[in-house]
Design a protein around this ligand. Sequence first.
Ligand code: G
Ligand code: G
Ligand code: MN
Ligand code: NA
Length: 258
Amino acid sequence: QALSSTLRPAVERGEFALHYQPLVGLGDGVVRGVEALVRWRHPQFGTLAPNRFIGLAEETGAIVPLGRWVLRTACRQARAWQLARPHRPLVVSVNVAVRQVWDSDLVADVAAILAETQLPPRLLQLELTESAVMGSSGRPLQQLRALSEMGVAIAIDDFGTGYSNLAYLSRLPVSTLKLDGSFMRGFRAGEPPNPADETIVEALVQLAHRLGLTVTAECVESAEQAERLGRIGCDTGQGWFYSRPLPPDRIPELMGPP
Ligand code: G
Ligand code: G
Ligand code: MN
Ligand code: NA
């Protein structure tokens, strides 16, 4: 309650910060992108993780101005990285809440922010949940199409937790699936291996590829998981095995020499 009423003013006071978690090519270990993850540097409560306030921000609608701040900050940062290392393209992947697609003019916001920051659209990916796109028609679908036509990539976040329909997804302007971290459980050393998880992931990767989608595995925590995912043909991995989310000044060292 106390937090929800202070969200909007906190955006205006600049109390939020972004950390970035690398997205790594499973075949070559190259950092292809980073996911922007928001933190609230709260003057009383210290640094708050998104699960403490994103839900509230969605309920109150504060997610719209907060989401705009996240998008602008991430694009500005990605443009700075691009200028520093022009030959090492780094995609910035930004989480977008359902309300930003259904209740706000996301296309106009993205277009304005890309113009303002000069970030090439191909270096921006938007992560939407299945619930934001499934059954979407009318305005949300128009927004997805317009973003895709602009050259922005669309990824489905936490894929596999909702009522997944790959055939339907492949007809939407979606380019990437981010497999939910729960699939990694059966891949984890020290836990009883769950061959079903590996079978499901392998089948999902094959089907996704045949539908023209790339696949990112979330929550990769060990070398063994990375190795098995690579063998299955999964494209990219994200997780503690590679890196925790980092402040922006720690990203260039992961990208190698300019
Ligand atoms: O970093 P952490 O594990 O606390 O992230 C928890 C959740 O918060 C993740 O599911 C992530 O998708 C979400 N999240 C992080 N940053 C943002 C953001 O900028 N916007 C939205 N809508 N969700 C975010
Ligand atoms: O948008 P999304 O819900 O995917 O946000 C990623 C979340 O997953 C973040 O909160 C991040 O801190 C968390 N996370 C990132 N890597 C790992 C990992 O390797 N293991 C686990 N358990 N969580 C992770
Ligand atoms: Mn995400
Ligand atoms: Na996710």
